[in-house]
Design a protein around this ligand. Structure first.
Ligand SMILES: [Zn+2]
Length: 660
């Protein structure tokens, strides 16, 4: 008496992707409730099972659903927002400011549903995600019927869903506790990356992942820049560093691993870590070429991921698999590298193993969940077919199939797509809502891009408006007499410093925007003749003069100051100035008290361009009356220091340079 099952697939070219890469043609698969109960030659399976529904696959390929090993699903809503930029400018300059403004549970839900529609259409049945409000990603994925590993982001910056890392860690704990037994969702914790987390955060997330035995999903060794920084700051590459923080004791899923050496690969393999190789993302962001062949030879579970749709810009695993194979061949200068069966294995069984859910999905074997897809291998771009070798079928899928050839998708025994029709999602509604959000994001960025100040604010971090100051600058022939005059009894020296200043001024088309100064101060310890400290600041200097006094003492313009936490290159690419001017000077700076008022006295030797020596006297001021009084004192000081005879300069060096 045959056993009754729910669905019987017949007349298929079955690619099981099991450990022997078994194929059946014509093959059949029996599905009961959420699982596969049998896979084999059609005539055998047909004898053993009686099905409520029989699907004639018409000779097409029946294979495991693809595993997208690394993505940020809700970022479908940021697709095409900002492209052709370096990773830091893209992330810190555009993506994060927009996320701070727009990311919400509703945004995440809509973005995820869109991602699910796109992924189901392209034959993906499982995705590994990392984003904010991850519980809403989980809810949307479950609603769409997809399998997903959902990692709640934790990082050191305030995030759209958490003011502090403690908050996001608490969210992750709560989320994991409530979802850990869900049939489709595997909750996880996702410290964003070593460079966006502190050692303490990494340690805490590893502890959480171990406590609940859930995956820990993070970005590791994505760029050479990241690895160089890690080496200079912590004296070791990225993998040993995260090992020190306990990450290798958890079920680690490491995205990228582009810049890892043989020792690091062995460390990852030794603990059974999973890696997601993301060829489109690495190519588009010019991150480098991951040593995929070495990882596979070492026995690492390497899956393939699309990365977020804002850095790819799609969720097409057929494209990723093909690229993975092509890139491996090109980089090794060896066309036998990463052959089609192995590339497809990465996108299926190895990918599932990399996500630590290899026991559930990734291959068509009795006992595993029914996560499978039907691919039409007879369209014009994929004809004719050869069956001389089993590899012919893999070549058809990897090198010639397109995601649009996927006709039917089943996850956990449930149909998500039949004959190209999505069954769990309303695409039209999702697209309309996405267009509405895109309009708002566009308006936000257009507004922001109009002003240098608002672009500066958008970077986040502390930004202070400096109080006005009374200041005068005088050209002098030599510094020594002034240094001597500062020893007069009327002047009390509070402290003295010596540094070199490297200033780069950015100019913009619209002069009313003011100019942006990137300043690097190298503090010099004269007793040891060494640079003891380097500080970088960004100052937006307004054009407007607030007032002038006798003898060209002036009340300075508005200035916004922020610590420059990014590189000069970052600011150049982010602000895109029309032109730049570099000024370098050696500065002796005194903080003095004169008649009960504090002043800064700067003796500058401007060396680039060669402008000579200057004295600058300045004092902060808070009211016009106070400013009048201080302007009077500045004039007195100029006489006292013997500088009043010099040529008074009212504007910055930058104006002098412009005159020259
Ligand atoms: Zn990513």
């Amino acid at each position: 008496m045959p056993e009754t099952i729910d669905v019987l697939f017949t007349n298929a070219l079955v690619l099981t992707m099991d450990s022997d890469l078994t194929q059946y043609s014509p093959g059949a698969i029996a599905v009961k409730r959420d699982s596969i109960v049998a896979v084999g030659p059609e005539d055998e399976i047909k004898k053993e099972y009686f099905a409520r529904e029989t699907i004639d696959c018409n000779g097409q390929v029946l294979m495991p659903g693809l595993i997208n090993a690394h993505t940020h699903a809700p970022m479908t809503l940021l697709r095409g927002l900002a492209d052709d930029l370096r990773l830091d400018v893209w992330l810190m300059g555009y993506v994060m400011p927009v996320e701070r403004e727009f990311a919400s549970p509703e945004f995440v839900r809509l973005g995820t549903l869109l991602a699910c529609a796109e992924q189901i259409r392209s034959g993906i049945t499982t995705f590994n995600d990392m984003y904010y409000f991850e519980e809403d990603v989980a809810k949307a994925a479950a609603e769409a019927g997809m399998r997903a590993v959902c990692g709640q982001t934790v990082m050191k910056f305030p995030a759209p869903d958490a003011a502090s890392y403690e908050d996001s860690l608490a969210m992750a704990r709560d989320f994991i506790q409530r979802w850990k037994d869900h049939p489709l969702i595997v909750p996880a914790v996702a410290p964003h990356a070593p460079y966006t987390c502190t050692a303490e955060i990494l340690h805490a997330t590893a502890e959480l992942a171990k406590e609940f035995n859930v995956p820990l999903h993070t970005h590791l060794s994505e760029t050479a820049f990241e690895v160089d920084n890690m080496r200079s700051e912590n004296g070791m590459p990225v993998i040993p560093y995260v090992k020190k923080q306990g990450l290798l004791d958890a079920k680690l899923i490491a995205a990228h691993c582009v810049h890892v050496d043989s020792g690091e690969i062995r460390s990852l393999q030794h603990v059974g870590a999973g890696v997601s190789h993301n060829p489109s993302s690495n190519l588009k962001l010019a991150s480098g070429f991951a040593p995929v062949m070495k990882m596979l030879e070492t026995g690492l579970n390497v899956g393939i991921g699309t990365d977020g749709p804002a850095s790819n810009n799609d969720l097409d695993m057929f494209e990723e698999v093909r690229l993975a194979a092509f890139v491996a061949k090109a980089v090794s200068n060896d066309p036998t590298s990463l052959p089609a069966p192995q590339a497809l294995l990465m996108a299926t069984r190895l990918g599932a193993q990399a996500l630590h859910i290899g026991h559930l999905t990734g291959s068509l074997e009795a006992g595993k969940r029914a996560d499978l897809i039907l691919v039409n291998i007879s369209p014009v771009h994929n004809s004719p077919s050869f069956r001389r070798s089993p590899d012919n079928a893999y070549a058809q899928i990897v090198y010639a199939s397109k995601s649009t050839d996927v006709s039917d998708v089943m996850v956990n025994g449930e149909w998500l797509m039949r004959d190209h029709q999505l069954l769990t999602l309303k695409e039209d509604e999702l697209l309309t809502q996405a267009a509405q959000i895109a309009k708002k994001i566009d308006a936000f960025l257009i507004e922001r891009e109009q002003s240098v100040l608002s672009k500066l604010i958008a970077l986040g971090g502390s930004l202070e408006q400096e109080s006005f100051e009374v200041q005068v600058k005088v050209k002098i022939t030599e510094a020594y007499p002034i240094i001597q005059a500062l020893k007069r009894p009327e002047v009390e020296v509070i402290r003295q410093r010596h540094y070199r200043e490297h200033d780069v001024y950015f100019f913009f088309d619209d002069l009313s925007q003011g100019r942006l100064r990137y300043r690097e101060d190298d503090f010099i310890d004269d007793t040891k003749s060494i640079i003891t400290n380097v500080r970088s600041r960004l100052t937006l200097i307004g054009r407007k003069r607030e007032g002038a006094f006798e003898n060209e003492v002036l009340l300075s313009r508005s200035r916004y100051i922020a610590p420059a936490s990014h590189s000069l290159r970052f600011y150049r690419e982010y602000f895109r100035p029309k032109s730049e001017i570099v000024i370098e000077k050696d500065r002796l700076r005194w903080l003095i008290e004169y008649k009960g008022t504090e002043f800064f006295v700067n003796l500058d030797h401007v060396t680039e361009p060669e402008l000579g020596h200057f004295i600058e006297i300045k004092s902060r001021t808070w009211s016009r009356r106070d400013a009048d009084h201080k302007a009077q004192l500045v004039n007195e000081l100029l006489s006292l220091l013997g500088a009043a005879v010099g040529e008074t300069v009212t504007e910055d060096y930058i104006d002098l340079v412009s005159e020259v």
